[in-house]
Design a protein around this ligand. Structure first.
Ligand code: PGA
Length: 248
């Protein structure tokens, strides 16, 4: 049985004070739910949030990681640096990184590999744009995004990784994929991995992301190949994030 996982992606929001309050609120409401939970915070809040959550089940994550181990790469943050802060997860290839900051399938693969080299679990974000969906390219797009990583790391690297399927047209738009639309792609992704390694396919967590909210999370999480969620907007409020978590 796969464990469920709910991850908050705070993006570029909040202050140090509000991040502390938000993480305190989440920790206070974890209850006895045994599903895994994490927050991907802005780098500069890692230390403050890390201090609040260190004795709890809430795990620490970030939203990106450098594609190189160290050196003259102004503005980048390495996996080694993140490791020092007890960071467990790193998003790689979020669609906002791909579309606004030039991340490519190849650089995302390098980020994935750098995270793993420091025992940080990469959460590989994949998904199609509306145009690609309308042209029936969804499966090809996600296959390519996965292949770029496999080409660099090999399929075995997916033993300690998470995949987040996030249709670009659903991110921050209020338009969620229907339960069936999401399940269809999740099932495809699992089968695509299974064709390379059945054991990994059975155990890898595949999260859904894109306008997941307290009122639609339950239906999505009930789908057989949806193992949890990557939550943007609704993770900025402890109550709504916890409602989503507790609907697992
Ligand atoms: P959203 O963002 O929940 O605000 O749509 C999801 C994401 O970008 O990870």
């Amino acid at each position: 049985m796969r464990q469920s996982l709910v991850v908050g992606n705070w993006k570029m929001n909040g202050t140090r004070a509000s991040s502390i309050l938000l993480s305190q609120g989440i920790v206070a409401g974890l209850g006895s739910n045994s599903a895994q939970i994490a927050v991907c915070v802005p780098y500069v809040f890692l230390a403050s949030v890390g201090e609040i959550i260190k004795d709890s089940r809430l795990a620490l994550g970030v939203q990106n990681v450098a594609d190189k181990p160290a050196g003259a790469f102004t503005g980048e943050i390495s996996a080694t640096m993140l490791n020092e802060f007890g960071c467990k997860y790193a998003l790689v290839g979020h669609s906002e990184r791909r579309s606004y900051y030039g991340d490519t399938n190849e650089s995302v693969a390098a980020r994935f590999s750098q995270a793993q080299a420091e025992n940080i679990v990469p959460i590989l974000c994949i998904g199609e744009t509306l145009e690609q969906r309308e042209q029936n390219q969804t499966f090809d797009v996600v296959n390519e995004q996965i292949d770029a990583v496999i080409n660099l790391t090999g399929i075995q690297a997916f033993n300690s990784a998470v995949i987040a399927y996030e249709p670009v047209w659903a991110i921050g738009t209020g338009k969620t994929a229907s339960d069936e639309q999401a399940q269809e792609v999740h099932q495809h992704i699992r089968q695509y991995i299974a064709a390379k390694d059945q054991v990994i396919a059975d155990k890898i967590q595949i999260l859904y992301g894109g306008s997941a909210k307290p009122d639609n999370a339950k239906g999505l999480f009930a789908m057989p190949d949806i193992d949890g969620g990557l939550i943007g907007g609704a993770s900025l409020d402890a109550e709504s994030f916890l409602k989503i978590y507790h609907s697992i």
